[in-house]
Design a protein around this ligand. Sequence first.
Ligand SMILES: Cc1cc2nc3c(=O)[nH]c(=O)nc-3n(C[C@H](O)[C@H](O)[C@H](O)COP(=O)(O)OP(=O)(O)OC[C@H]3O[C@@H](n4cnc5c(N)ncnc54)[C@H](O)[C@@H]3O)c2cc1C
Length: 391
Amino acid sequence: MRQNNWFDPFYIQSHLTEEESNIQKNVREFCNKELKSIVIDSNKKNLFDINLYQKFGSLGILGQTLNSHGGSGTSNLAYGLVAYEIEKVDSSYRSSISVQSSLVIHPINEFGTEEQKNNFLPDLIKGKKIGCFGLTESQAGSDPSSIKTVYKKTKDGYILNGTKNWITNAPIADVFIIWAIEEKKDHKSIKGFILEKNFEGLKTSVIENKTSLKISPTGQIILNNVFVPENLCLKNTDGWKSVFSCLNKARFGISWGVLGAASECWIIAKNYVENRIMFKKPLASNQLIQKKLSEMQIEINLGLASCLLSAKALDQGKDIINAISILKKNNCKKSLDIIRDARDMLGANGLLDEYHIMRHLVNLETVKTYEGSEDIHSLILGKNQTGISSF
Ligand SMILES: Cc1cc2nc3c(=O)[nH]c(=O)nc-3n(C[C@H](O)[C@H](O)[C@H](O)COP(=O)(O)OP(=O)(O)OC[C@H]3O[C@@H](n4cnc5c(N)ncnc54)[C@H](O)[C@@H]3O)c2cc1C
């Protein structure tokens, strides 16, 4: 009999190495066993169990593409698959892994000294320490060049002042990657610093009234004359290029992750309409419902096929900067559309916690906004096409 490959029509699984397949399988098992059972309650209580970090560490999915300091040395494709599996459960869990891997471990590995790598990477990779990435400020979101956090050089280090806002993990972080500027008469330069939670003058607060990504702790970082010793400046940063290298790494994972959330909602809706009897027949027997299911299948699989191509290109060392903006923008938008349709197909039940869809829907409102909103990625693509910046 012909095998029905409706779930994987492009045979994406056949492009994975045995190692990549095993990583995906292990992470899926972990999600089913450990995350799915707590997600509804944790979301209600705005609760992130920090012990999960050590579990992520034991699974080898923190800084997983690193080949040193305890990293698993996996491909970028495996990193994407992990994001896809984790975000099937909740975008908050995927966000925590993205921040730790792409926004904390990555800059320390790329721009740090050997001493910084040896001091920070092993514990971050094991999940013994939690990191955060402080770029955004209240008046500087889409336009990070407007940040006002400043550094001032002293004899043996730097003094930092400013306030970061909307920072994932800030309330639970041990390690803070902070981006600050120095404004001189004719130029403005940016540098990255590694701060630790016990530094004098560093305080954090929690954003309590967040209605999206509720499991993920988000907060402010207040820096009041914080002294950062010379050896904690990320010396090898190269201006804004370094900031964007972190963001692009995270955006790649997000592009895979949102398809995980969409895929989960697609299957929930499919199961529901196959079993729900309305007008004396299953909802799934209606053409309008099948059209919706087919559109979900099309967009998810086109998204996954493009993610696969971009991962392969990245693993070959190619520049995928345009692909990243295409995927971040399109996959977020399409995933939100899919999740909204899935919600609709469950009628009133689609509003209930136990069907998970509403949680995914409100989560993706955050994912669409952070790491470059949909509009900002249009502007990046427009600029790269025309050579004209509209920012
Ligand atoms: C839950 C959560 C977690 C986050 N975690 C982090 C983190 O860990 N670290 C961190 O540094 N930041 C983090 N952020 C911040 C995030 O990156 C910013 O929210 C994002 O960059 C958008 O900035 P903004 O919210 O100030 O919106 P704004 O920049 O004010 O944008 C508002 C709207 O205007 C549009 N817009 C902006 N400029 C233009 C333009 N030129 N043309 C057309 N439209 C435009 C945008 O697309 C958007 O739709 C997080 C945000 C959230 C919600």
